[in-house]
Design a protein around this ligand. Structure first.
Ligand SMILES: [Ca+2]
Ligand SMILES: [Ca+2]
Ligand SMILES: [Ca+2]
Length: 499
């Protein structure tokens, strides 16, 4: 056999046996090996959405789509609706003709229209059966998720294969599917639509779905610092303490950045809680800085290392809005003979790109940046961590302002890129009772000139294998049951200064 033919055969075999590993993280380099399924023409001039390129990739567990929407948008916050119409079994005999796709079984609606009688669009994602009088469905039932969570022109989507839903063939379980993407305005008129596309699917492999991950062990010694940021779900830390305590004990952080404590709590209460629950020897090492501002939602920084309040972040009013203050807390942590400035933040919730809420997030970040600049000029610290709930559901600008555009001499922040321990996504938020699907809201930024990032991950305890859960005395629903956010963990070390 000529060697070139042999190589072609090997390449074909390798290509077939190992579909590309698509990770839902809002980065698209994993799609490089995947050819476009179709390219839709530029034919929706002046509209919110201009459907362009679609790619599709399947593996034994998932079907993934990469869609170019032609404009920078938040796909759960559109003023039009996008229908991902699916014939989940590639059979015309099941389902029914929907938006010109015969045999369609499911319609995944991004930014669904307002319910009858209301004018407000709920936002998020709806999953609808094409069959009449079908029971209502939840997009979490088909593991539907996408990235990025912030505004983008392209989005990657994931659908889990094998879901059994009433009245619908088992979702994407066979060797073939068809789909069509259709965009409609509030009157139901079609703004843009792709051609019908079909695809053969990789063989289904969903037999063994047990979690396999370990919790990364802590770097030993006093030279590394383990940080953890967690949105405590409107004070449920104190209302439902057991799962929180088990998670805190398992992660064993040296510094905790908390958000969504309430104005009914205090530094003394949190300090006593951590010492009593995490240090049964009565050694009282935990100290707490509790944000004085932020109305009824408060941030805090806690550490077992020497801690003092970073005064400018105690109460940080909005510029030109002095009666309201940011949800923030800041503390200097003494670590390996240096001072680390730790800032816990909770930016304004909700609102897509260009919304008032997005404007407020940008204003909040500019305010924090200005205080950082002033502190950096006075030279009272050696490194910075900014961590918390950025609520990045509009533009990416709040993050950009603290990272690439941080124009402070000697101080540049970069984002840690933690993934869930199953390696499948970087989502930090999930709540099937809401209309929004899992996404990344939480970020941890560090000053890269003085700090080295050694390890970072998002903990969804459902990813841990049974042995790890047992050893850590964790339950698999401990993170998901107490908060809609997952803890974000990172370990840092000082970079030795060159002399
Ligand atoms: Ca990706
Ligand atoms: Ca188009
Ligand atoms: Ca069908």
């Amino acid at each position: 056999m000529p060697s070139c033919l042999l190589f072609t055969l090997i390449a074909l075999l390798v290509g077939e046996s190992s579909p590309p590993l698509i990770v839902i993280d809002g980065r698209f380099d994993d799609w490089d090996p995947v050819q476009p399924t179709l390219i839709d023409p530029v034919d929706a001039l002046g509209e919110t959405i201009e459907l362009r390129e679609v790619r599709l990739a399947s593996d034994g567990r998932f079907v993934h789509l990469l869609v170019d929407f032609g404009r920078t948008v938040n796909i759960q916050k559109l003023d039009v609706a996008v229908h991902l119409v699916l014939d989940v079994d590639g059979e015309r005999s099941t389902g029914r003709l929907t938006f010109g796709l015969s045999g369609a079984d499911l319609d995944i609606i991004l930014s669904p229209d307002a319910p009858l009688g209301r004018d407000r669009r709920p936002g998020g994602v709806a999953l609808v059966s094409t069959m009449p009088n079908a029971p209502s469905l939840n997009p979490y039932d088909i593991g539907f998720t996408f990235g990025p969570t912030y505004a983008s022109r392209r989005f990657e989507f994931r659908i889990e294969r094998g879901a059994k839903l009433a009245g619908i063939p088992t979702v994407l379980a066979g060797g073939r599917m068809q789909g069509r993407i259709v965009c409609t305005d509030p009157e139901g008129s079609i703004i843009d639509q792709t051609a019908v596309f079909g695809s053969d699917l990789a063989p289904l492999r969903i037999a063994e779905q047990t979690a396999t991950a370990q919790l990364p062990s802590k770097i030993p010694g006093a030279g590394a610092l383990r940080l953890m940021s967690w949105n405590a779900a409107n004070g449920s830390l104190f209302d439902q303490p057991e799962p929180f305590v088990r998670v805190l004990a398992a992660i064993d952080p040296d510094v905790i950045f908390l958000q969504e404590l309430t104005d009914r709590s205090s530094a003394a209460q949190l300090q006593s809680f951590l010492n009593r629950r995490l240090l049964p020897d009565g050694s009282n090492q935990w100290q707490v800085v509790f944000g004085a501002g932020g109305g009824n939602l408060r941030c805090a920084v806690a550490s077992k290392l020497p801690l003092e309040s970073a005064e400018p972040f105690e109460l940080l009013p909005y510029p030109d809005w002095p009666q309201r203050s940011l949800r923030v807390a800041g503390a200097f942590v003494q670590f390996a003979n240096k001072r680390l400035l730790c800032i816990s933040v909770h930016l304004r919730c909700c609102g897509g790109i260009g919304s008032q809420q997005d404007f407020i997030r940008i204003l909040e970040v500019e305010t924090i940046r200005e205080e950082l600049r002033k502190l950096a000029e006075s030279g009272t610290f050696d490194g910075v961590i900014v961590a918390g709930d950025f609520n990045l559901v509009g533009s990416r600008r709040p993050l950009n302002l603290l990272t690439t555009r941080l124009d402070i001499t000697g101080l540049s922040l970069i984002e840690a890129e933690p993934y869930q321990l199953d390696g499948l996504s970087n989502a930090t938020w999930s709540d099937r009772k809401q209309s929004f699907v899992p996404g990344r809201l939480d970020y941890l930024l560090f000053s890269s000139s003085t700090l080295a990032l050694r390890n970072t991950f998002v903990l969804d305890a459902r990813d841990l294998n049974p042995d790890a859960l047992h050893r850590l005395r964790l339950r698999s629903d401990d993170t998901a049951s107490v908060s809609d956010h997952f803890p974000v963990v990172a370990e840092v070390q000082w970079i030795p200064s060159k002399r």
